[in-house]
Design a protein around this ligand. Structure first.
Ligand code: ADP
Length: 423
């Protein structure tokens, strides 16, 4: 295999795919690994994204996992390391963005890195170090109420400084607007002042593309997925359709959905309204001990072959609350995830080779049940959601899979995604 140029460590699963998607669009061939692989990468790739689930775990564990990922990525030849976090800088007072960054810097022997979650395509912009989500500051965006990572301060210099003993500075928009030379000069100035991490302003893709060349040769970059659009050029890689090329699609088509988000509810309705075969699964029957997965697979066998089938637990908020009231939200969630994952596996065993999974947690459960350890990233279906290709124990010939997190995708996603694959 060729050496990977860019090695990425993502602190959550769907965030990893989001980053991979941006790199593919910028021309890199990308493979995403679930967790730190135990063997060398067995594929050609310009960038590798190791997906961890380290955003809210204890910081020592997050550091240990991130360092293991770093070591593996270096062994694959990665010349630059990209630590990817959420575009809303999701972290707790403990971290883990600051502590993981410090640990990676130490392991790489480097004394300077940048930090910016700016992702203008998704309306995340940074100005004077303050993070905006759409038209409002981070702490007015709803993120102040997040159950795990409430973000109550929009000033990222302060937020990051609270997580690290390293000095944190700012490369502000006036500098970024002037381009590479000015950014490099500002980095030199900050380094001379003892600053080790600099938050970088960016309010447009043009800013990110101006930032990119100034990051050439920097051993560690930390960012959301936005900065990725400006990096491939540093390695002589230009956008091309080749990067997104996957093997030809084959086999049966299916959708499993455990997402109850607004967009997914609309997507399920759209599919049903079009008269396509869909089966709802009832969490109460799972709780009563009925083998709902076996029932669903028997139903699917009778409907597959003429186009996609949909098996879903997707429900409106009132119905979800009623189920959660009866079963408890954690128990309901786990039971439904296990059932949908068993259905996904059964579908693949019955010849499905084009599979849509809707729901972030649901995706994690399905990928695990399918035994998928790495995926090649293909073309984007909708922002943040690409088709992927993976080999699995039940699909040694490979299958196409897309993992759609809750609120992503247009209303006709379940139809349009398959059409794109066959185009
Ligand atoms: P999203 O990406 O939309 O947040 P997730 O898959 O991450 O979707 O989360 C949805 C959660 O809701 C999962 O734990 C899933 O098992 C659970 N769930 C799905 N359907 C139902 C339902 N009808 N009642 C209760 N919980 C459900």
């Amino acid at each position: 295999m060729t050496r990977a140029l860019l090695g990425c460590i993502a602190d959550d699963f769907t965030g990893a795919t989001d980053l991979a998607n941006n790199l593919v669009r910028a021309g890199m061939r990308v493979v995403q690994a679930m967790g730190v692989p135990t063997a060398p990468l067995d594929a050609e790739a310009d960038a590798i994204v190791v997906a961890l689930k380290s955003r809210t775990i204890p910081k020592d564990e997050a550091i240990a996992q991130s360092l293991a990922a770093l070591q593996w990525l270096k062994a694959q030849g990665a010349e630059q390391i990209y630590f990817k976090y959420c575009s809303t800088f999701d972290s707790t007072a403990e971290g883990n963005i600051g502590p993981v960054t410090d640990a990676l810097m130490q392991a790489l022997g480097t004394d300077f890195t940048i930090a910016t979650p700016a992702f203008p395509d998704n309306k995340r912009t940074v100005f004077k170090g303050y993070l905006f989500v759409g038209d409002v500051l981070l702490n007015e965006s709803g993120m102040q109420n997040h159950p795990l990572t409430p973000m109550t301060d929009p000033n990222l210099v302060r937020v990051l400084q609270a997580q690290t003993a390293s000095r944190v500075g700012l490369i502000d928009h006036g500098v970024v607007a002037q381009g590479e030379a000015a950014i490099r000069a500002r980095i030199d100035q900050l380094k001379a002042e003892g600053v080790r991490m600099a938050v970088v302003d960016a309010v447009s893709n043009a800013d990110l593309l101006r930032l990119g060349p100034a990051l050439k040769g920097m051993p560690l970059v930390t960012a959301g997925s936005g900065v990725a659009i400006g990096l491939p050029g540093n390695f002589g890689v230009a956008p091309s359709n080749e990067a997104a090329r996957l093997p030809a699609a084959q086999g049966l088509q299916a959708i499993v959905s455990g997402s109850c988000s607004v967009a997914t509810n609309q997507q399920v309705m759209d599919f049903i309204k079009a008269g396509k075969p869909a089966l709802a699964i009832d969490p109460l029957r799972i709780a009563a001990g009925v083998d709902v997965a076996a029932e669903a697979l028997a139903w699917a066998e009778g409907h597959m072959g003429q186009g996609p089938v949909l098996v879903y637990s997707t429900a409106e908020p009132s119905a979800v609350r009623a189920i959660q009231g009866k079963l408890g939200s954690e128990k309901a969630g786990a039971m439904v995830e296990d059932t949908i994952a068993a259905i996904a596996r059964g579908l693949v065993q019955r010849g499905v080779r084009q599979l849509i999974v809707a729901g972030g947690e649901t995706s994690g459960a399905c990928v695990q049940a399918l035994g998928i350890t790495q995926m090649r990233i293909g073309a984007q279906i909708d922002p943040g959601v690409p088709w992927c290709h993976a080999v699995a124990p039940d699909a040694k010939d490979g299958l196409h899979i897309t993992l759609k997190s809750g609120n992503f995708g247009s209303t006709d996603f379940f139809t349009k995604a398959f059409a794109q694959l066959l185009a």
